[in-house]
Design a protein around this ligand. Structure first.
Ligand SMILES: *Cc1c(COP(=O)(O)O)cnc(C)c1O
Length: 362
C-alpha cells in the first residue's frame, strides 16, 4: 500500500485509523449485515450512532447544554445564506468582518437576506494581516457579527476570539479550524463548519447554535431552511448525510483517543512552527507573506524565490509522495494544509523535501 502525505486544503486528509475502521465496517456495519449507507436513518442502530457522535462532539468541544448541535447539508456556502435567513429579520443589519476570500463570500451571499455592514476589512492590505480589532466599526444594534477565524485560502488566522462586547451574537465560520484546538463555545451565538477539512467527508455541515437564537427566524421560509425545525427533529427533518455523519463520529472517537483538543492544539502548533521555521530560515528561498502574528496554523502559504521553479517543485514533491501542495489558483504559489489528520511525520517529510529541493535547484 502506498499512502501519500496529503496536504490538500479540502476535501482533505482523514485520519488513517478512521479510514481503516470505515473500511473494516464497510460491508457489515455494527452487526447489521449491511453498510451504514444502506440502512434507514430512522433505525435503532443509526440513531444510536448519531447520538453518540453528538455526545462525543459535545464532550470534545465542551459544548454547553443550552446549545443545539446540528448535522446538516449544503456546505458552508449554503449557510452563508441560511444564517441571515434564520438570525435576521426584515430591515435588520448584520456586521461582517472581511479578512479573506471566505469571509468576503459570506458577506456577499448574506446580502440577499440582511443589510450587510462591513465592520472591518483587510482587503486593502491584500489580506496579509487581520483587520485590527480597534478599527472594527461594530453596530450595537446588529443582528449578529460574522467572522471567519481561519481563512483557508489566504492563510490568516485569528488566534483569539474577538471581544465584540454587548449582547450581539458572534457567528463564526470554523470550516477549516474547528477541532484544531480547544474553543470556548459559550463566547459564540453560532458556529458552523463544512466537514471536509477537519471533520470528515464533504456534504456535511456541523452547526452549533445557542438555543434562544432558534426562535429568531421570523420571515416566511420553507421548513427545510429553518434551524429550529432541524433542531426539533434531531437533524432528521429529512434524510441526513448518513455516511458523513458516521465518518464524523469516527473522527470524534479518534480525537478522543488522541487525548482531545488540547493534545491536537499542541501537535498543530508544533507542525506549523516546524514549517514556518523552514520557510523563514531558508534565506529567502521560500517566503510566507503573512504578518507573523496572523499566520494560520492550518493553511501555510509559501512562494519560491523564483516562480519559474514552481512546476519542478510540484512535480518533484508529488514524486516524493507529497500531495496537493499547489496554492489556490487565485493566489498562485504553494499551500500546505496541516489539519488534524496530517501527522507530524508528513510535515517533517515536507520540510526535508524543501531543504533538499533548495539545495538541488540552488
Ligand atoms: C472550504 C470553506 C468554505 C466552503 O465550504 P463548502 O462546503 O464548499 O461550501 C467556506 N468557508 C471556509 C472557511 C472554508 O474553508
Amino acid at each position: 500500500m502506498s499512502r501519500v502525505w496529503n496536504f490538500s486544503a479540502g476535501p482533505a486528509a482523514l485520519p488513517l485509523a478512521v479510514l481503516e475502521r470505515a473500511q473494516r465496517e464497510m460491508l457489515d456495519w455494527n452487526g447489521s449485515g449491511a453498510s451504514v449507507m444502506e440502512q434507514s436513518h430512522r433505525g435503532k442502530r443509526f440513531i444510536a450512532m448519531a447520538a453518540q457522535a453528538e455526545a462525543d462532539l459535545r464532550e470534545l468541544m465542551g459544548i454547553p447544554a443550552d446549545y443545539a448541535v446540528l448535522f446538516l447539508q449544503g456546505g458552508a456556502t449554503q449557510h452563508f445564506a441560511q444564517i441571515p435567513m434564520n438570525l435576521a429579520g426584515a430591515g435588520d443589519s448584520a456586521d461582517y468582518v472581511v479578512s479573506g476570500h471566505w469571509s468576503a463570500k459570506a458577506a456577499s451571499e448574506a446580502g440577499s437576506y440582511v443589510r450587510v455592514n462591513v465592520a472591518a476589512s483587510s482587503e486593502a492590505d491584500g489580506y496579509l494581516r487581520l483587520p485590527p480589532l480597534d478599527s472594527w466599526r461594530l453596530d450595537p444594534h446588529a443582528a449578529y457579527v460574522h467572522y471567519t477565524p481561519n481563512e483557508t485560502i489566504h492563510g490568516v488566522e485569528f488566534h483569539a476570539i474577538p471581544d465584540v462586547g454587548g449582547t450581539v451574537p458572534l457567528v463564526a465560520d470554523l470550516s477549516s479550524n474547528i477541532l484544531s484546538e480547544p474553543l470556548d463555545v459559550s463566547r459564540f451565538g453560532l458556529i458552523y463548519a463544512g466537514a471536509q477539512k477537519n471533520i470528515g467527508p464533504s456534504g456535511l455541515v456541523v452547526l452549533i447554535i445557542r438555543r434562544d437564537l432558534l426562535q429568531r427566524a421570523g420571515r416566511p421560509m420553507a421548513r427545510i431552511f429553518r434551524y429550529a425545525e432541524h433542531a426539533a427533529a434531531d437533524s432528521m427533518l429529512n434524510t441526513p448525510n448518513t455516511w458523513g455523519w458516521y465518518v464524523a463520529g469516527l473522527t470524534f472517537q479518534w480525537l478522543k483517543a488522541q487525548g482531545g483538543l488540547g493534545t491536537m492544539a499542541e501537535r498543530n502548533r508544533l507542525k506549523a512552527e516546524l514549517l514556518y521555521q523552514a520557510i523563514d530560515g531558508s534565506g529567502g528561498y521560500y517566503r510566507n507573506p503573512i504578518e507573523p502574528s496572523a499566520r494560520s496554523r492550518m493553511n501555510v502559504r509559501f512562494t519560491l524565490h523564483d516562480g519559474a521553479l514552481d512546476a519542478a517543485f510540484l512535480q518533484e514533491s508529488e514524486a516524493a509522495g507529497l500531495l496537493a501542495l499547489k496554492g489556490h489558483k487565485a493566489l498562485g504559489g504553494m499551500r500546505a494544509s496541516l489539519y488534524n489528520a496530517v501527522p507530524p511525520e508528513a510535515v517533517q517529510a515536507l520540510v526535508a523535501f524543501m531543504r533538499d529541493f533548495a539545495q538541488r535547484h540552488g
